[in-house]
Design a protein around this ligand. Structure first.
Ligand code: UD1
Length: 413
């Protein structure tokens, strides 16, 4: 790509990847035909559809309606395939729904990834609390229960995935489950919205205490997924780093609160409407400190894009990562483009430079890819970004097309 051009224009934000992945897993709980709208068309969602098909469901993008997934669910197999689950961590989210429906699930233990070891102990602890027996055998987790029984589940760290696993399993449990220290991410509330539409009785999603009154069965539904707050945040940083002026449409501004606050601190001009915002640069980028936290704190999924932006700020910023253990490896690639970044424990100390220069760089994970694209769009000259594992396409719908519509020069080789 050739950088150095301000990107201007309007961009429509797609549906939330992380909602889609959880809701597709939850569709295992719903017999009959389920329709999910505003589903982003990206590799991770395609992988989840393959997982569902491997479990015996029919699951595909509608041929006639864009961004719509249709699922026909008769019976569900209880064994999930190794190649697919180890390919994408979020496919582990099927464990709760399969257990709730079949009383038995056998799912491969997902591996680590470039941002850390990412254990699933909290998911399993939650299922155990509901009465499941958990065993490990040849790299598979086997969970079984004659019936799940509602109880209090305290989640040690407000893990998004663990909260969702317990929520999905508890919808069909006997009696009431109370999740304490639940994750408050909007995607958790979206999952609850989907399940409630299907007849579940969940209250308190989006707060740290979620109540789930078990029901006997769920009904098929039509549901529309919320907009992707991380895609929106990424485009806001694109505008900031290139000195451009963007209108973002199809967003929920409330979900972007922490990102908006930090970008305002960095000197951006942001005008917010009901489901849109505009963003533009006034007098360059100011240094600002950022610390990632569970929602409503600053999202770890925006940390890497911010590092790319703050590499161009006036002054020194400290970015601290508290959610994942290893989310700074990509910093070495940014340094190859001239960024001045020192790592100290869980923090990156970033001293802004007047400009980044183009260089060949490699993508280690999804948001690292976004950060390097942002750096490449801001840098002088032609940057080559190598993404052999298609990390960016895993999590962004049509990113290249959307950026080109705003004036970016990008070629996929
Ligand atoms: C979800 C998001 C991901 C986001 C993350 C944090 C999806 C598909 N992905 O991932 O984009 O970056 O939330 O906002 O929704 N942990 C444990 N044991 C567990 C589970 C988690 O120790 O059983 C730790 C993790 O290693 C990590 C932290 O808890 O350090 C947060 O992870 P979690 O919130 O579970 O992230 P995911 O659900 O995997």
């Amino acid at each position: 790509m050739v950088g150095g051009q301000p990107l201007n224009g309007e961009v429509k934000i797609s549906g939330a990847k992380n909602s889609a992945l959880a809701i597709l897993a939850a569709a295992i709980l719903l017999p009959g035909k389920t329709v999910i709208r505003n589903t982003p068309n990206l590799l991770d969602v395609k992988t989840m559809l393959r997982v569902l098909r491997a479990l015996g469901l029919r699951a595909e993008y509608s041929a006639s309606q864009p961004n719509t997934v249709e699922i026909w669910n008769e019976d569900v197999r209880h064994v999930a395939p190794y190649e697919l689950v180890t390919k994408m961590r979020a496919s582990f989210f099927i464990i709760g729904p399969i257990l709730a429906r079949k009383g038995l699930a056998k799912v491969p233990l997902p591996g680590g990834c470039a941002i850390g070891s990412r254990p699933v102990n909290l998911h399993l602890k939650g299922l155990e609390a509901l009465g499941a027996r958990v065993e490990m055998e040849h790299g598979f987790v086997i969970v079984s229960a004659r019936k799940l029984i509602g109880t209090k589940v305290y989640i040690d760290f407000p893990s998004v995935g663990a909260t969702e696993t317990v929520m999905m399993a508890a919808t069909l449990a006997e009696g009431e489950t109370i999740i304490e220290n639940a994750a408050r991410e909007p995607e958790v509330s979206d999952l609850a919205g989907f399940l409630n539409r299907a007849g579940a009785k969940i209250t308190g999603a989006g707060t740290e205490e979620v109540h789930i009154q078990g029901v006997r069965s769920l009904n098929p539904v039509e549901y529309r997924i919320i907009p992707d707050r991380i895609e929106a945040g990424t485009f806001m940083v694109v505008a900031a780093a290139t000195g451009g002026n963007l209108l973002l449409k199809n967003i929920i501004p409330d979900h972007l609160e922490a990102t908006i606050v930090k970008l305002k601190e960095a000197g951006l001009l942001i005008d917010i409407g009901s489901d849109w915002l505009t963003i533009s640069v006034r007098n360059g980028i100011k240094a600002t400190d950022v610390k990632t936290l569970p929602y409503p704190g600053f999202p770890t999924d925006m940390q890497q894009q911010f590092c790319a932006l703050l590499a161009l700020a006036q002054g020194t910023s400290v970015v601290t990562e508290t959610v994942f253990e290893n989310r700074f490896i990509f910093v070495n690639e940014l340094k190859r483009m001239g960024a001045d970044i020192k790592l100290e424990g869980q923090s990156a100390i970033i001293t802004g430079v007047p400009f980044l220069s183009s260089a060949p760089v490699k993508v280690s994970d999804l948001r690292a890819g976004a950060a390097l694209i942002i750096a490449g769009l801001a840098a002088k000259g032609e940057t080559q970004i190598e993404d052999r594992d298609h990390h960016v396409e895993r999590g962004y719908e049509n990113l290249q097309k959307k950026l080109m519509a705003l004036g970016a020069e990008i070629k996929i080789v």
